[in-house]
Write a protein that binds this ligand. Structure first.
Ligand code: 9MR
Length: 345
């Protein structure tokens, strides 16, 4: 039984140095390497970063992060091969109006990314945030069920990996706001389930290995127990589950009171505990690790197609000075459940 604990990383911070009482220190890189065993590039493996225009391919930033991970014994989780929302799709693709031509471009891009990283990326968010999103790519490639573009991306990525001999590289469907069960058939959690059930029962099945639950929430977000219920239905389809982008904000412009920090700790504990209790849960990744650098705090100058200003402070495990927060100890306590024998040994 081994689970991973990961963090999303902004590449350019890996070489940053902080002033500390005992002199300058690379706290970002040090903390990451000391505490986590999975690294996810927050932006550097997105199609918009890697292949911004029809002529350009930039793998350098992502390659440097893969090298950092390898030097520090961390696995790399790739994010993402296909993100079919218009604002996260390159202009040169949005300009294509012929379905066959668009499909050829997307297939070529997906194959090129998979080939470039090969077995150095252990798991991919192969498709990110597709369900329930309209847009150009879906309109042209969606097909009868509306999810043919998703199926295509999985088949192409799997085929390329198999050809390269990387049968162990896993492919996830990754999405947000799918943690809490809902009785509304149109809720995203149910649409995702429906799509994946359809994929799992086709012959040949669409090769999805697991589901990534982003888990961007506030203190009122889905509890670990609620998520376990959602996760179990997907596990019953033969899929793994992973928490891929966890952060827990304290509310808009909220002060970091001890009460709120304890509530945040307990929320983190419950979610990580749920993963520890599910054998099919591969691990938990937080979206960043220090409150100094979080997409939730402010307009994000590192962003690719940024989401704009988000004034929610303090969603992560380390504070702005890289000190461990109560949330850190909540996660640690949950991780220890794994190595502690239960009543049956
Ligand atoms: O943290 C990322 C931020 O730097 C980018 O501006 C933004 C758009 O590319 O994406 C953020 O990460 C998102 C991730 O790629 C997908 N799930 C939601 C994450 C937070 O917005």
């Amino acid at each position: 039984l081994k689970k991973t604990i990961g963090a999303a990383v902004v590449g350019r911070h890996l070489s940053s140095v902080e002033q500390t009482p005992s002199g300058p220190a690379p706290l970002y890189a040090q903390t990451l390497a000391r505490e986590f065993n999975v690294l996810v590039p927050a932006n550097e493996m997105k199609p918009k970063s890697v292949h911004p225009t029809a002529e350009e391919w930039n793998f350098a930033a992502a390659d440097a992060m893969v090298a950092f991970a390898e030097q520090h014994g961390m696995a790399v989780h790739g994010h993402t091969l296909f993100w079919p929302q218009d604002r996260h799709t390159q202009e040169f693709l949005l300009a294509i109006n012929d379905p066959a031509a668009l499909q050829a471009q997307i297939v070529a891009q997906t194959r090129a990314m998979v080939r470039h990283f090969g077995g150095r990326v252990r798991v991919w968010d192969a498709v990110n945030e597709a369900v329930g999103r309209p847009g150009h790519v879906r309109r042209l490639l969606g097909g009868a069920t509306g999810y043919e573009h998703v199926a295509l991306a999985f088949r192409v990525a799997r085929d390329e990996l198999d050809k390269l001999g990387h049968r162990n590289v896993k492919l996830l469907y990754n999405d947000n706001n799918i943690e809490r069960p809902s009785s509304d058939p149109k809720a995203r959690v149910n649409l995702v389930y429906g799509m994946l059930k359809d994929f799992a029962t086709r012959t040949p099945r669409v090769p999805v290995d697991g589901v990534g639950f982003q888990y961007h929430i506030g203190l009122g977000g889905a509890t670990g127990a609620e998520w376990r219920e959602t996760a179990q239905r997907l596990i019953d389809l033969g899929l793994t589950v992973s928490v891929t982008e966890l952060d827990i904000n304290l509310g808009r412009d909220e002060v970091k009171s001890p009460e709120l920090l304890r509530a945040q700790r307990d929320k983190y504990f419950g979610i990580v505990q749920a993963c520890m209790q599910l054998p099919a849960c591969t691990g938990v990744t937080t979206w960043g690790f220090t409150d100094k650098h979080t997409w939730l705090k402010a307009f994000d100058p590192d962003g690719v197609g940024s989401d704009g200003p988000n004034p929610y402070p303090a969603p992560l495990l380390f504070d702005e000075s890289y000190a461990k927060k109560p949330a850190y100890y909540g996660v640690l306590r949950a991780l220890r459940l794994l190595s502690t024998p239960g009543p049956t040994g």
